[in-house]
Design a protein around this ligand. Sequence first.
Ligand SMILES: NC(=O)c1ccc[n+]([C@@H]2O[C@H](COP(=O)([O-])OP(=O)(O)OC[C@H]3O[C@@H](n4cnc5c(N)ncnc54)[C@H](O)[C@@H]3O)[C@@H](O)[C@H]2O)c1
Length: 350
Amino acid sequence: MEKKLRYAVIGCGVFGNRHIDALSLIDGAEIVALCDKYIEKCEERKAQYNLNANCYTDHKEMLANEDIDIVAVATSDQAHKQATVDSLKAGCHVLCEKPMALLTEECEEMVKTADETGKLLMVGQVCRYAPGFKKAKDLVEKGVIGELYYVESEYAHDYIKARGTDDWRVTKEREPIIGGACHAIDLLRWIAGDPVATSAFSNHKMLTDWPINDTTVAIMKFPNDVIGKVFTSIGCKRDYTMRTCLYGSKGTIIVNNTDPYLTLYLEEIEGHPFAAGQLENLQEKAVRHMIKVEINNHNVREEHLQMIEAVVDGKPLVTPGREGARTVAVCRAVVESAATGKTVDIKYTV
Ligand SMILES: NC(=O)c1ccc[n+]([C@@H]2O[C@H](COP(=O)([O-])OP(=O)(O)OC[C@H]3O[C@@H](n4cnc5c(N)ncnc54)[C@H](O)[C@@H]3O)[C@@H](O)[C@H]2O)c1
């Protein structure tokens, strides 16, 4: 039998548990170490998944003691950079949760360290692994909706009970547009390319006891004269949504990672590859097609399978460190625009 890749998880909270859960179901992986500021969280996970793993409260001690191939970093956002850089320097590949970090300088250091050590760095921009979003990108790339001209995505998620361990989300530096809407921004970047400029507004009317704006809307200019919009609210009174609309010259896609159907509107029926069999509702000019998609909005298993393929077979990563860093660069430009009231040209440094 082939050697299993030896994994460690740093940060054993809510999302660290998702990583442990996914890894426990992957044949080629074994978890050999767990680390959390609170040792009891490691012990709980160890017992829950019946792991033969050592538990630590200090990742440096863990990296010094253990033989680890891949580290999954699922700490609070503020701790991503240090855990990632130390793990890379210790000779491990790293899958770091999104957002890669809260500052562009931190992202640059992470990418530089990966380059210098020759280790793989992946960022958990998990929307790129959600079946509906993958389908949407595929349809756009195949030209099904023609030329894109407008794209929009939203991240609306009530955080009232999602403060994080020791309230790490309830901090000035944890801007929702970075921590939450990095998903929507990354998705639009993946489909429409890197935006060049943004103009944004924020307000603070919902989570008034949090030290941070809770709602932001940003308009953006993408390559090829595509324009777009990202909306985020972390105080909204509704279910979590990442509704995304992609408008093209021949059709429109509406897709949400919580919806079992992707909606595809097409201008005409005849001769179109999607005409056969799936017509539902003939409107004046557009025809609505409903395409069944699996709901798997936090497909962490797929992230790890891709990471393992990259380590074992050298397959390129879908969400390498540079992609995570470029998404944070856009998020920072949105924050700057909302703070200054000016349109900001987006600078990509990696
Ligand atoms: N991909 C997604 O869709 C998604 C969803 C939720 C959260 N996340 C990300 O996952 C990460 C964790 O979020 P969460 O909801 O699990 O938060 P959480 O508070 O439940 O868990 C974070 C854990 O990290 C530990 N921790 C913090 N600093 C540490 C350090 N220096 N060393 C060791 N342990 C440390 C905390 O004790 C805590 O147990 C965040 O970066 C968050 O943005 C991603």
